[in-house]
Write a protein of this length. Structure first.
Length: 299
């Protein structure tokens, strides 16, 4: 179970303007990361999170007559040109991101942004060797990022209990090349995305772009609990390791917006049948105790 202190809840997007009721057809031209793009990615596990890699563009390269953008990374919070590792080459093919790993001659389709609501799309994530992965597009909306309208895809994997969010011109909110990990208690998350040194995106739970929680030890006043089933369909059961007074349970979407808040006393069962399928964060907060949250998937 991924349980992380929420810290100071920030709006995940600067200049946030949601248009969740407006469906946008994913057709025509698509925004693609430019030469100044920087992705700051954290590694998290069992309540701890720390900066892991910074990805960025490193100029163009010509491969088989096609122009690609080189992607590099280094283990730091700044892409400074030192100790950079070549990650591969990326190009846009009418909304499908084609990625060529180092030393490979076969390009992978790592994003397909051509899908609309209800469509099934198939990608080949590069990081974990899981092979082709099929997703259903649950919803498609738009979001304003630093004055630029971007399309946003809400997806659920068909063969795995997993949900993801992709943003046009950025990629997955798990990181540009580390999405589709399908791990419940460890993984990566996109903390910040910059272009032209301007911040476009920040993780909804991050204090800043160097967000770090170094200790994975459970504090004495932590709310210790278990939830099942996860993924859930109609009901979600919450079980506490010890008796609790009133606990506030909050369900947020992956942008940090509150979807539902209820007060519970001890073990409880929540009806989630009316919520749209996808990924959420469940947050529990008892008086005089730390606020903790865990990823929740509805399918």
């Amino acid at each position: 179970m991924d349980i992380r202190p929420s810290g100071s809840l920030l709006l995940p997007l600067l200049g946030l303007s949601l248009f969740t009721d407006t469906m946008v057809q994913a057709q025509g031209s698509f925004i693609f990361p430019d030469a100044t793009a920087r992705w700051q990615v954290n590694l998290w596990s069992m309540g701890a999170t720390e900066p892991w890699r910074v990805y960025g563009m490193a100029g163009d390269t010509l491969i088989d007559g096609l122009v690609h953008k080189k992607i590099v990374w280094n283990e730091d919070t700044v892409l400074d040109g030192l100790d950079q590792v070549y990650a591969g080459a990326l190009r846009d093919e009418l909304g499908v991101w084609k990625f060529l790993p180092p030393g490979d001659s076969l390009a992978l389709s790592i994003y397909d942004l051509t899908g609309t609501e209800g469509d099934t799309i198939v990608i080949e994530p590069p990081a974990f060797g899981s092979g082709p992965v099929a997703y259903q597009v649950n919803a498609l909306d738009t979001v304003m990022l630093n004055g630029t309208m971007r399309r946003r895809w809400h997806l659920t994997a068909l063969d795995f209990p997993w949900a993801e969010v992709w943003i046009e011109g950025i990629g997955s909110t798990e990181g540009p090349l580390t999405h589709s990990s399908f791990m419940a208690d460890a993984g990566t998350s996109l903390v910040c995305f910059h272009e032209h040194d301007s911040l476009f995106y920040i993780d909804p739970y991050a204090d800043d772009c160097t967000w770090t929680i170094v200790s994975i030890d459970e504090p004495a006043d932590q709310v210790r609990f278990k939830i099942h089933p996860n993924p859930a369909q109609t009901q979600l059961h919450i079980r506490f390791d010890e008796p609790q007074a009133t606990v506030v349970a909050t369900i947020r979407n992956m942008q940090g917006c509150v979807i539902r808040t209820v007060q519970i006393r001890g073990d409880a069962t929540l009806d989630v049948s009316a919520l749209p399928r996808g990924a959420y964060l469940l947050e529990l907060h008892a008086p005089d105790k730390h606020r903790y949250h865990t990823r929740l998937c509805l399918q």
